[in-house]
Design a protein around this ligand. Structure first.
Ligand code: FRU
Length: 520
């Protein structure tokens, strides 16, 4: 009410109520094809489920401010994960608390009994966070609750028996992800507690049994474990069945702040056991990361993607708790990453997850041009290959150097007339991929933002493939078919208009640049 009175007062004082409003200026950091809320604060993707032709994306949302606050689930739908339609807020806090992160499933067999007229319900499983409990110094203010929808996720009814998993006195006890385990005809849930993951099972989504915990002695523990995901995957080439556990952690990521580590192993119906060939890479504080950039956090995969499609589709929050609440965007804060398809492959270092941009993104491709082949020769200007500005581009490059040579680092640079730049590079001597945003423009909002972010990446021989998606204020890099991935945001004070290749002793074997159209 107070807000309404203030707003009316401003209208009277400025007289704006009578004048036609000017068209809103183009927001300088608004991405062209990444998902952003129209306004206000967003964090983690939640409740990602495919149902009747639509990908649903719910997300942590605070409708009253551009900084984090009492959490709701915002909602959007898309037929292709690229073009999104914004829908009204889906789930509101109630007397049990705020609506924190969680997941959603289609309950095809109506195991919950929430279905209507022979149609399966959508069931959302999330953490509720009771502010009053936290303020009073208790430790049991987070617990798992469920809600159901019989109208394709538009309206939700809270289950009267909430919470479905109460809190035994563990402060951080959150972010349930549920999957249907077809082998055992049960629902499996994974969520995070402190710096561990917990596994539970249920036959009806209402009654849950604790199975086991995972984490002691495995992976990175520099912060809280949050937003896990557990799913089976088939190994490309061998057809072996493995289980993958994604486990976000904040802080404790390799380049600082928030990040997502993962484990590959077996889930025997009770325990998750990392694979022998994966284990050496992820024991005792060592970890393997889904994305080595600063800006991919709390990502999980879509539920109920039809078996005929068969992809394991992933989306992350393209920000970092180190500075998420102070980035220089006005009307809204944060974007999601582009959707990615995860693949499981053996590498010379053991089994690994690969991330590839989904093929649906090709629908955005506009004007295309080839990058001339041959030696980079110091610096090669690409600004005019497909025209300026370089705001939204896809770049695919095959680069090569001579056997026995170790060229100095090389890569792709975005720049503007003010000398601001972002470089995506590779250092053959260090065997590291990197994104350097130390001169990227506005960085004054946080001392933690400026960084050169590194990712270990051994090329097979003297060849590197780089696949880049640039979108106004972010770059996502997929090296060698998604074997190594980095995602970083940046905020130049003037749009980047320049694009160049830098390097010596390195050849372009093939290269293409596309302008990408707006998805909004
Ligand atoms: C991760 C997280 C979750 C929590 C949510 C609250 O970014 O901290 O653990 O559920 O955000 O908005």
């Amino acid at each position: 009410m107070n807000k309404l009175i203030t707003a009316l007062g401003i209208l009277v004082l400025t007289g704006c109520g009578n004048k036609p409003q000017p068209a809103p200026a183009e927001e300088p950091h608004r991405p062209h094809f990444h998902f952003t809320p129209e306004k206000m604060w967003m964090n983690d993707p939640n409740g990602m489920v495919f149902y009747e032709g639509n990908y649903h994306l719910f997300y942590q949302y605070y409708p009253d401010s551009t900084v984090w606050g009492p959490m709701h689930w915002g909602h959007a739908v898309s037929a292709d994960m690229v073009h999104w339609q914004h829908l009204p807020v889906a789930i509101y806090p109630d007397s049990l608390g705020l609506i924190f992160s969680g997941s959603a499933v289609v309950d095809w067999d109506n195991t919950s009994g929430f279905g209507q007229d022979g149609k399966p319900p959508l069931v959302a499983i999330f953490t509720q966070h009771l502010m009053a409990g936290e303020k009073s110094g208790r430790n049991d203010f987070q617990y798992q609750s469920i809600a159901y929808s019989n109208d394709k996720g538009q309206t939700w009814t809270m289950y009267a028996g909430n919470p479905v998993i109460g809190n035994p006195g563990i402060r951080d006890f959150r972010d349930p992800k549920v999957i249907r385990d077809t082998a055992s005809n049960r629902w499996l849930m994974v969520f995070s507690a402190g710096d561990h993951s917990k596994f539970w099972s249920s036959t009806d989504l209402k009654h849950w049994t604790h199975l086991s915990d995972f984490g002691a002695g495995w992976g990175a523990h520099g912060g809280l474990w949050e937003c896990p995901d557990l799913f089976p995957m088939t190994m490309e080439g061998t057809g072996e069945q493995k289980w993958v556990l994604l486990q976000s952690i904040n802080p404790g990521a390799p380049n600082g702040g928030s990040g997502t580590q993962y484990f590959i192993g077996q889930f025997d119906g009770k325990n998750f056991v990392p694979d022998e060939r994966f284990a050496p890479a992820a024991t005792q504080e060592k970890a393997v990361w889904l994305d080595y950039g600063r800006d991919n956090y709390a990502g999980v995969t879509w539920s109920d993607v039809p078996p005929s499609d068969g992809r394991r589709l992933f989306l992350g929050w393209m920000s970092n708790w180190d500075y998420a609440q102070v980035v220089p965007t006005d009307a809204w804060r944060s974007a999601m990453t582009i959707p990615r398809a995860l693949k499981l492959k053996y590498t010379h270092e053991g089994p690994r997850l690969f991330s590839e941009p989904v093929s649906e993104l090709e629908a955005l491709r506009g004007q295309a041009a080839d990058v001339p082949k041959g030696e980079i020769g110091g610096a090669r200007d690409l600004s005019d290959v497909t025209g300026k500005p370089v705001s939204a581009k896809e770049i695919l490059l095959e680069l090569e150097w001579d056997a026995g040579q170790t060229p100095a680092d090389f890569g792709v640079e975005l720049f503007n007339s003010k000398g601001e730049k972002v470089r995506v590079g590779y250092s053959p001597a260090d065997r590291q991929l990197y994104i350097d945003r130390r001169e990227s423009g506005n960085m004054a909002f946080s001392p933690k933002f400026s960084s050169k972010d590194l990712a270990p990446h051994k090329t097979a021989g003297q060849r590197l493939q780089l696949h880049l998606f640039i979108d106004v204020a972010s770059v996502e890099v997929f090296a060698d078919g998604g074997a190594c991935v980095m995602t970083d945001c940046f905020f130049p004070t003037e749009a980047f208009t320049g694009l160049r290749l830098k390097g010596a002793g390195v050849r372009v074997v093939s290269g293409k640049v596309w302008n990408l159209n707006k998805a909004r």
